[in-house]
Design a protein around this ligand. Structure first.
Ligand SMILES: Nc1ncnc2c1ncn2[C@@H]1O[C@H](COP(=O)(O)O)[C@@H](OP(=O)(O)O)[C@H]1O
Ligand SMILES: [Mg+2]
Length: 376
């Protein structure tokens, strides 16, 4: 990538996300086969798993090792509240094991393993250190350790998302998608058949996509098989958005959960614009990946009013789409603002990502036309 200034950050971020994906695959396989108690309910009733905490711990630990001790700023989704309750000691034990097993393999990813296994308190420290609120100045890493937790526990799509913001702008975006089929149109095909992604033969599924602002290039690497080392650039191929601009041929994505996006409003917009295909419903930021890779043309997200979108759910994915040639704005057509802390403040109604400006203008126009008559 051209921009020397951030090349080390990008390189390390990609390696760390590969490592995190490998951890997630192990945890997912384990609990899908044993249906164990690795899933707990958070106070807000969303699901959080051993993988969320473990990924946050390894990313935080690695970034701190490479980029400067306790001083780096990381904005991330998880805290240690549940994990430090007395009844959670077995859960903490599982996190400690998962983290240490994963870090022991760091050299395979071109990273340096710790001299000895990390203690529970070092791991809790690493997790709770990610309590930055971001903001308009300085560098902030932004992490969603397991985005699409529901997809993760169902054996479906999820993502590990790591971005770096510098002075309010997203500069680096890395998205690990362990269940993303590598073949063209794989997501479409498997989603339509309602297949659990784990049934896809390994070697045909899982990738890391990454980019740096201003390069106009987005790269995709397959995940590493367990006996291989990551050799940069590890068979990276360039990906680009689709060139389809005819609504009749376009595919649009939306969240699986209707609590996260108003499906009927999106259907109204789709109808107004002349989209004909069924929506592609996908968990997590894999929707951005599908646009960046040209497998879908449009992503619409209309959260209920009052819900505030968080930067870690979007930063990496938005940059991937933009650098792959696409357009992402709020539903009023304005750019997303990542400089205001942990929320996308001032977001107008929803988020629209498109492969190109023509479709984007049509969608924004249809949102305006439909809004008045809707009760969002
Ligand atoms: N009411 C709501 N409206 C919109 N997004 C929500 C929401 N509640 C949770 N989310 C976010 O939606 C993300 C999942 O996105 P999607 O619906 O596209 O799969 C969740 O990420 P996590 O799974 O990391 O918690 C969560 O941050
Ligand atoms: Mg998320």
């Amino acid at each position: 990538m051209e921009n020397e200034k951030y090349s080390k950050e990008l390189n390390v971020a990609v390696r760390v996300v590969h490592m995190a994906c490998s951890l997630c695959q192990k945890v997912q396989n384990q609990f899908l086969s044993t249906n164990s108690d690795q899933v707990k309910s958070k106070d807000d009733d969303s699901l959080v798993t051993v993988a969320d905490w473990s990924v946050q711990a390894i990313v935080s630990w690695m970034l701190s090792e490479v980029f400067g001790g306790q001083n780096i700023s990381i904005v991330a989704e998880e805290d240690i509240q549940t994990l430090t309750k007395s009844e959670s000691s077995s859960l903490l034990g599982m996190v400690v094991n998962a983290v240490n097993e994963c870090l022991a393999e760091a050299s395979r990813f071109g990273l340096q393993a710790p001299g000895k296994a990390l203690s529970a308190s070092q791991i809790l420290d690493a997790i709770s250190r990610c309590n930055s609120h971001g903001g308009p100045s300085g560098r902030h890493w932004v992490l969603d350790p397991v985005d699409g937790t529901l997809g993760f526990v169902r054996g479906d799509q999820y993502a590990v998302a790591l971005a770096m913001i510098d002075d309010g702008e997203v500069i680096i975006g890395v998205l690990g998608c362990p269940n993303y089929p590598l073949k063209d149109d794989g997501l479409n095909k498997y989603s339509q058949q309602n297949l659990v992604m784990l049934k896809i033969p390994s070697g045909e599924v899982g990738c890391v996509m990454y980019t740096m602002k201003g390069t106009g290039k987005v790269w995709m690497q397959p995940l590493l098989p367990c006996d291989k080392r990551l050799e940069w650039p590890n068979s990276a191929v360039r990906i680009r958005v689709s060139s389809v601009d005819d609504p009749a041929l376009a595919t649009f994505c939306e969240p699986v959960e209707r609590t996260n996006s108003n499906h009927s409003f999106a259907a109204g917009v789709a109808n107004t614009v002349g989209l004909r295909k069924k929506p592609l419903r996908v968990y997590s930021m894999v929707k951005y990946a599908a646009i960046a890779r040209g497998e879908a043309e449009i992503y619409m997200r209309f959260a209920r009013s009052g819900y505030k979108e968080k930067i870690w759910d979007h930063a990496a994915g938005v940059l991937l789409v933009q650098e792959a040639g696409g357009v992402v704005t709020d539903a009023g057509g304005r750019p997303l603002d990542f400089s205001k802390g942990i929320y996308l403040e001032g977001l107008d109604r929803g988020i629209i990502a498109c492969c190109g400006i023509k479709l984007h203008e049509k969608i924004i126009g249809a949102v305006y036309a439909s809004w008045e008559s809707s009760n969002l």
